[in-house]
Write a protein that binds this ligand. Structure first.
Ligand code: C5P
Length: 426
């Protein structure tokens, strides 16, 4: 919540499209010093209308043309301006600022910022973030035509392109400075289209198939009762959504949940562990499988055809039989998924149990979470530890507490990295 929120009513900016093209995309917009900076105010609005979460850095030059107040009001986010601001660094360090986004968009990109970026300078917040980011960068240069044509600018541009930076080429026409030529910031609609195109094209898991299990299972006791658990399906559904956004073709096998089906994911709804297993087996072969469901370990031996009645004060004894272990079954299956990931919800002896479970289940990665005292189930946030089976043993990485959506992004980023480093993961 920013102090400026009340001067910019959210409904005007709220996306009307139920599946806006930039939904859940986090864009870090750097606004540099150019007369075109005023257009970035409209850019913020249009990106947000397309569903993006926009966070802005305004350079000293940019702040000569527009104010931090208007940027904050339109983005409904804090605006970052100073590398050495104690308050900003406490709220969000510049390294995190550089990483907590899906795309760094520089619009307008001035000749000065391009030069500093090309030469690896870190003399203000914008340049430092550009140097520190591991995210894709899209530049929309805007400047006087002679500055744009200058050999220095063109050499900097070539350097940046060679390093993988994407460019939205400036347009030709009459400039605010009175000169005519190439250097004008393209129309805002064109920039938004390029951003959407970027996300459409940037799908590193294209061609991969993924299976995700999510939610609880309900094991019937009689026609009205079941054995179940508190799983909400939030983490599994978020993982399916992120895998789909990364281009994977995703089947989500979900137990009974109230979470909405994620966009672009094929959902198979099931009730019991047996049904979940059967649904999973029909999806094989799969490149990636994530078993995030909280499958009931046991089910009543037989569900009665009619409702079980009370018999005075007499106790009711149930016989429970074990359910199939879906994760372990997938691990032993002849069509074992290339990268098989399980979860371990533990209340005690966390690390020991996680190590044991990774080996016992035969999965490649295991995500440990602490569910002691009712944490995690149904909540929006979680913390996880990732255990990975490596040729030399087991590696362990703590993933700090964050929303289940951000955790899903983190895990999918790790999967993308795994595929980028090994042709056949695990
Ligand atoms: O044994 P435990 O239930 O702790 O194992 C958790 C992991 O195993 C999770 O990934 C869960 O989805 C999976 N699992 C399963 N089938 C079961 C029990 C657990 O796939 N019957």
């Amino acid at each position: 919540m920013t102090p400026f929120k009340n001067i910019c009513p959210a409904p005007i900016l709220a996306p009307m499209n139920p599946h806006p093209p930039l939904a859940h995309r986090r864009i870090l917009l750097i606004i540099a010093g150019s007369i075109a900076a005023y257009k970035s105010l409209d850019l913020i609005r249009r990106l947000r209308e397309a569903g993006a979460d926009v966070r802005c850095i305004l350079t000293r030059g940019g702040a000569q043309f527009i104010t931090p107040l208007s940027v904050a009001a339109l983005s409904e986010n804090h605006v970052y301006t100073d590398l050495f601001s104690l308050t900003d660094e406490q709220e969000m360090g510049h390294i995190r600022l550089a990483r907590d986004c899906d795309l760094v968009l520089v619009a307008p990109a001035s000749a000065n910022l391009m030069a500093r970026f090309a030469h690896g300078l870190a003399d203000d917040l914008a340049a430092t973030v550009l140097l520190a980011t591991d995210k894709p960068v899209l530049l929309a240069p805007a400047m006087n035509p002679v500055m744009w044509q200058n050999q220095a600018t063109q050499e900097n541009l070539a350097t940046l392109i060679r390093r993988g930076v994407k460019i939205i080429t400036p347009e030709s026409g009459d400039m605010a400075c009175g000169e005519t030529g190439a250097g004008r910031l393209p129309e805002i609609a064109e920039i938004v289209t390029r951003v959407i195109d970027f996300f459409t094209a940037h799908k590193p898991l294209t061609g991969k198939t993924a299976l995700v299990t999510s939610g609880p299972t309900h094991e019937p006791l009689d026609p009205v009762r079941f054995l179940g658990n508190r799983s909400s399906g939030k983490q599994g559904h978020a993982l399916a959504a992120e895998l789909a956004k990364a281009g994977a073709s995703v089947t989500l096998v979900s137990g009974p949940v109230s979470e909405a089906p994620p966009a672009g994911v094929s959902v198979i709804s099931v009730e019991t562990a047996d049904q979940m297993l059967n649904a999973c087996l029909t999806t094989l072969p799969a490149d990636i499988a994530i078993c995030a469901a909280a499958v009931a370990d046991f089910r009543p031996e037989a569900a009665t055809a009619t409702k079980i009645k009370k018999n005075g004060d007499a106790a009711l004894h149930l016989t429970l039989v074990p359910n199939p272990d879906i994760l372990a079954t997938l691990a032993r299956h002849p069509q074992r998924p290339g990268l098989l990931i399980g979860f371990a919800a533990e209340t005690n002896n966390h690390l020991e149990n996680a190590h044991r479970k990774l080996a016992a289940k035969g999965c490649d990665w295991l995500l440990l979470n602490d569910v002691s005292g009712g944490k995690v189930f149904g909540k929006d946030t979680n913390r996880l530890t990732l255990f990975r089976q490596t040729p030399t043993g087991t590696s362990q990485t703590d993933i700090p507490p964050q929303s289940k959506i951000d955790l899903a992004r983190h895990i999918v980023a790790a999967i993308i990295k795994e595929y980028a480093t090994h042709d056949h993961p695990a």
